[in-house]
Design a protein around this ligand. Structure first.
Ligand code: ADP
Length: 260
């Protein structure tokens, strides 16, 4: 994997990153991908989360990809999006210690050993943190931009800023930061700021990056993950659904305007 790699036909490569696990990075990646698909992007999703590849489960994929005549993986198509996951290449029951060269080999296989034909926007779900996967992808691919996902807690944010600084150092454009699990709306319409309010937006301002928006807690988000259907597919009219669409529209605008 030497030099900058281009993926034939892929115009936009969006990385979805977080500092910690469990903040809703993969869920946000899936839903932003679904929203961009609704905005006419031909979507590919690459699950590069070596520590917990969860995208196939979130898309209800149970089969493994087939191999093309030229010996590449054929990504699995679900909800009009093409998906490839590092989970297809590793046995998920065995804990794997991914050393640098192995990671690079697996990434190369998932990028260039996959029939991404027809995809114009590739959304890559990164592992949490700032490790080899992030470094390799940022150095080898022309990234359109990174979407950072954080919850509002101070501790999650401090690490998210570390991640942002790494992307800045690598000269990777940052599309912005999303505050996930931002608040809970009760049946009577009261808003409860479980983890505090506004901290992600403030941090975005302080670090001169775009605040892309907030996504509330909605138990259907986690139910949909478990049943393998992106939340946005059947919840575009809810608070969270509308917010996800708004976030995707900002991303879409920034991609199309060549602002990044
Ligand atoms: P990460 O990729 O950061 O490890 P996941 O996307 O796997 O996190 O999400 C962790 C859990 O939180 C999942 O069960 C997911 O369904 C749930 N979740 C994520 N975002 C929300 C939300 N806004 N409301 C409710 N549940 C959420």
């Amino acid at each position: 994997m030497d030099g900058i790699y281009d993926l034939d036909g892929v115009k936009n490569i969006i990385l979805v990153a977080s500092a910690k696990g469990g903040v809703g990075k993969s869920t946000t990646a899936i839903n932003i991908a679904t929203a961009l698909n609704q905005l006419n992007h031909n979507i590919g999703i690459l699950d590069a989360d070596i520590y917990g590849p969860s995208i196939p489960k979130m898309l209800g994929i149970r089969e493994k990809p087939k191999i093309s005549e030229d010996k590449r993986f054929i990504p699995i198509e679900k909800f009009n999006m093409k998906c490839m996951s590092i989970g297809f290449l590793i046995d998920q029951k065995t804990p794997v210690i991914w050393r640098g060269p192995m990671i690079i080999k697996a990434l190369k296989q998932m990028l260039h050993g996959v029939v991404w034909d027809g995809v114009d926007t590739l959304v890559i779900d990164l592992p949490p943190g700032t490790g080899d996967v992030q470094l390799t992808l940022c150095q080898k691919l022309k990234i359109s931009g990174v979407v950072v996902v954080s919850t509002p807690q101070e501790l999650a944010l401090i690490d998210a800023i570390k991640g942002i600084n790494m992307f800045k150092k690598l000269n990777v454009p940052i599309l912005g930061i999303v505050e996930n699990m931002s608040y809970l709306k009760t049946k009577s319409g009261d808003i409860i700021d479980i983890f505090g309010k506004g901290s992600v937006e403030k941090a975005a301002q302080k670090n001169t990056i775009n605040f892309l928006g907030d996504i509330p807690i909605d138990k259907k988000i986690s139910k949909n993950s478990d049943k393998g259907v992106p939340y946005l597919i059947d919840n575009s009219e809810t608070d969270a659904g509308k917010k996800i669409l708004e976030i995707a529209k900002v991303i879409n605008k920034n991609l199309n305007n060549d602002k990044i």
